[in-house]
Design a protein around this ligand. Structure first.
Ligand code: BGC
Length: 794
């Protein structure tokens, strides 16, 4: 070859090499793109594009050019054809800015029912229908991932974010979450199931260390996530802020790799919750692929970590590969042309109707559905200023909130005008006062604080009674991210003003032979035992989304009917709950034990070490011992036989149901098929959610009296109509976790299937036998340094 030819060949090679180093990302060349990336680029892809600012009540990504108001973005690498992607909150609908500079059009999103309402429907098909609609808004507003569902366990009723979460039961949580994920993702957008895991309190959520034994961890807190991962294919999962057994969850390889991926088979990416913790290197190694919202120093830490040998480059490559696999799935990568015009009208109709299935009728002495009522007196600020959903990142910028007064009018009732007028003036005045005086109580983040109840005198009530046929009292509560509720007046218990109003209304209306209905417009459990016998009916509406007041009034009028059942227990007293003693219910922020404040951040630890001072951990603030183990909710109350105000799984309808013909069959592989026939024995239509609890032989473990292993809901049944429900339980679902063997174990022996209308209303039972014990060993990981000393219940 002469020199000229040699030169031309070398140049051609260089061009080829150059071309090889500039591949454009496609689903088929992920390896090639990975090879072409510099270390700096790889680190860039593992870190989101940064914090923005608070706009229209939303904490936003730094880059608001794509979807203003979205919570975060990933970074683009244009030379390799890698676009930015957009992730946006949250569980009750997509949270974006409703207005944009220079434009008069609006970008409101539907305020869907919160997670607790979805779980109260016990209807996975309905949840999927709702989230399919929600996912359409995610896609049509140009986001790639919805930061939802929220699926931490209701460990304690005072957790400020319980409304975003489903239940006290991990099986119900897992099934609801799987339906949710499948609905959203059917649109070709992703989810980020959160917060993985043990984010069961908001007090000091950034640093709190959940100390938990493996059985409680796996049976209770991880089970819902396990079911969700196995029954849906979540694109992403969000690690939580807190620690578990000494390590931030985002830095726990046990949690994010050994359990989540090796044991459960999770294929997507893990992103952090919104922050920047020291130890980014450990997060990368643990398998936390994406740091959100992302900061430059995190990129630097990754680059330095690789250069110094602290982070194996193989770990970076593994995470980057997963990021690329995520990116090629996104609408943004596929160049989807979103409309900014989702079907808001259609979704509003769906929400109005569907939410009724999540409303729980707690009491009804025959007053509901309303008959012979024309004019109603609506008491309680919530009747005119309804709470649609909780606060914080779970708050949606919705176009409006229907209140109860609007809903009653929609349903043909006349609303007492002078009362409405008084309330409206009071609400306007209070809102201005609170806005002007932030220290006066406006401490709630992104959302509406509940106004104190307006005092209404007896004589006014007497006058109004004469002009009306019925009184409705709406009692409201709100909570959200960043704070827990308190076991005190005005939150867990009724305020003095609410109690007095309820009693006066009952006195005055009952003397006149008229009825009083209470509507509970609350995000979480409150005390009911001391007052539930005063009104004639109690409708637990929760916070059912933007159409809330319409849904409530539809149910009161009988235009629709409630078929929700409780996804958690309402205890008699807060202190009946085992975790009440390990929960910061009375934490005021003062920390007398800790000379450096309540945080045990690394800086504090270093400072303390320099002074030779031991930092005392403030119990339930810096470190929470999960001493109640698996004894949460009905597992505890049913096992020890403690009376509750309303049991798990409870809810009335406008009709009654009889259960018959319970049949249980065990297949060769140990799986169980249970069926029962449900008949509508009343005179109105309705739907019934049947719970299948199972009592298992102990197999060497202490086990709850029974546990929820399946559930099903009938279709709408007309009076006299029946339906046979069939539920399947595989042998693994029957297993309990044995810490000694580090295995899930299904014992051989005699079992009982209990078909329940609630945890205390078991309608029929059937015995069955499992012939052969089965076990599924897992890794002995995620252990506390010292085993947590748990309570003994039997
Ligand atoms: C919340 C997450 C949320 C994120 C982004 C965090 O403070 O804990 O649930 O997705 O912010 O807004």
């Amino acid at each position: 070859m002469n020199l000229k030819v040699k030169l031309i060949s070398a140049a051609a090679l260089l061009v080829c090499a150059g071309a090889a180093a500039q591949p454009k990302l496609s689903p088929n060349n992920i390896d090639e793109v990975l090879k072409a990336m510099t270390l700096q680029e790889k680190a860039t892809l593992l870190v989101g594009s940064g914090w923005g600012s608070m706009v229209a009540g939303s904490m936003t990504a730094a880059d608001a050019s794509l979807v203003p108001g979205a919570a975060g973005t990933t970074r683009a690498i244009p030379r390799l054809g890698i676009p930015q992607t957009v992730v946006s909150d949250g569980p009750a609908g997509i949270r974006i800015d409703p207005r944009r500079a220079g434009s008069s059009r609006t970008y409101y999103a539907t305020g869907f029912p919160v997670g607790t309402v979805m779980a109260s429907t016990w209807n996975t098909d309905l949840v999927k229908e709702l989230t399919t609609a929600m996912g359409e808004e995610v896609k049509e507003y140009g986001a790639d991932v919805l930061l939802a569902p929220g699926m931490d366990l209701h460990r304690n009723p005072l957790c400020g974010r319980n409304f975003e979460y489903f239940s006290e039961d991990p099986y119900l949580t897992g099934k609801m979450a799987a339906a949710y994920v499948n609905g959203i993702q059917s649109n070709g957008v992703g989810v980020s199931s959160k917060h993985f895991a043990f984010n069961d309190q908001e007090t000091n959520r950034q640093e709190n260390d959940a100390q938990v034994n493996p059985r409680a961890a796996r049976e209770m807190y991880l089970k819902g996530f396990e079911i969700m991962v196995k029954e849906s294919d979540p694109w992403t999962i969000m690690s939580s802020y807190n620690k578990v057994n000494g390590s931030y969850t985002q830095q726990s390889k046990d949690l994010l790799t050994t359990i989540l991926r090796d044991e459960w088979g999770f294929k997507g990416i893990v992103m952090t919750d919104w922050g920047n913790k020291k130890g980014t290197e450990n997060a990368v190694i643990a398998g936390n692929d994406l740091m959100e919202p992302g900061m430059e120093n995190e990129i630097q830490r990754i680059v330095d970590g690789v250069n110094s040998g602290k982070i194996p480059v193989a770990d970076v490559d593994r995470n980057v590969r997963r990021m690329l696999e995520y990116i090629v799935r996104t609408p943004r990568f596929k160049g989807y042309k979103y409309s900014d015009n989702p079907d808001l009208e259609g979704h509003a109709k769906l929400v109005r109707k569907a939410a009724a299935e999540g409303l729980v009728l707690l009491e009804n002495n025959g007053v509901l559905p309303l008959k012979d009522v024309k004019k109603v007196a609506l008491y309680g600020v919530g009747s005119y200023d309804f709470i649609a959903g909780g606060t914080g990142s779970g708050n949606v910028n919705k176009p409006y909130i229907r209140n109860v007064a609007d809903g009653m009018r929609e349903n043909g009732f006349e609303v007492d005008a002078s009362l409405e007028n008084w309330y409206k003036q009071y609400i306007a005045y209070k809102k201005t006062e609170m806005a002007n005086n932030k220290s006066g109580g406006m401490t709630i983040m992104l959302g509406d604080d509940v106004l104190p109840e307006m005092p209404v005198g007896r004589s006014f009530i007497e006058k109004t009674e004469k002009a009306t046929d019925l009184a409705v009292l709406t009692i409201s509560r709100n909570a959200g991210e960043g704070g827990d509720r308190k076991a005190v007046d005005g939150d867990w218990t009724l305020t003095g003003a609410e109690r007095e109003m309820l009693q006066t209304l009952a006195d005055v209306y009952h003397i006149a032979g008229k009825k009083v209905v209470v509507v509970l417009n609350i995000g979480g459990v409150i005390e009911t035992a001391s007052w539930k016998n005063i009104p004639d009916a109690i409708l637990l509406a929760w916070t059912p989304g933007q159409e809330g007041g319409y849904t409530v009034a539809d149910v009161l009028s009988g235009a629709s009917y409630p078929s929700g059942k409780l996804p958690m227990t309402f205890p008699v007293s807060y202190f009946d709950i085992p975790s009440s003693f390990n929960f910061p219910y009375n934490y005021s922020g003062a920390d007398s034990n800790n000379p450096f404040g309540s945080s045990d951040s690394e800086e504090m630890a270093e400072l303390a070490a320099a002074f030779g001072i031991m930092i005392q951990k403030t119990p339930n603030v810096d470190e929470t011992q999960y001493k109640e183990g698996i004894w949460i909710g009905y597992r505890y109350f049913q096992t020890v036989g403690k009376n509750v105000s309303y049991p798990f799984g409870y809810g009335l309808g406008y009709t009654t149901f009889a259960y018959s013909n319970p049949v249980v069959k065990v297949e060769k592989d140990g799986s169980v098929t249970a069926s029962v026939t449900v008949r509508n024995t009343g005179s109105a239509k309705g739907k019934e959610a049947v719970q299948l609890y199972v009592t298992a032989p102990d197999g060497g473990l202490v086990k709850p009296a029974f546990e929820l292993r399946a559930f099903a809901k009938t279709k709408e049944l007309a009076p006299g109509q029946s339906e046979t429900l069939t539920m399947k339980v595989d042998p693994y679902t029957l297993a309990s976790f044995n810490e000694n063997t580090s295995a899930w174990e299904t014992a051989a022996g005699n079992y009982v299937a209990l078909f329940g209308a609630s945890a205390t209303d078991i309608r029929s039972t059937a015995a069955f036998k499992i012939a052969k014990a089965q076990s599924w060993p897992v890794n002995r990981v995620l252990l506390p340094k010292t085993p947590v000393e748990e309570i003994k219940v039997k």
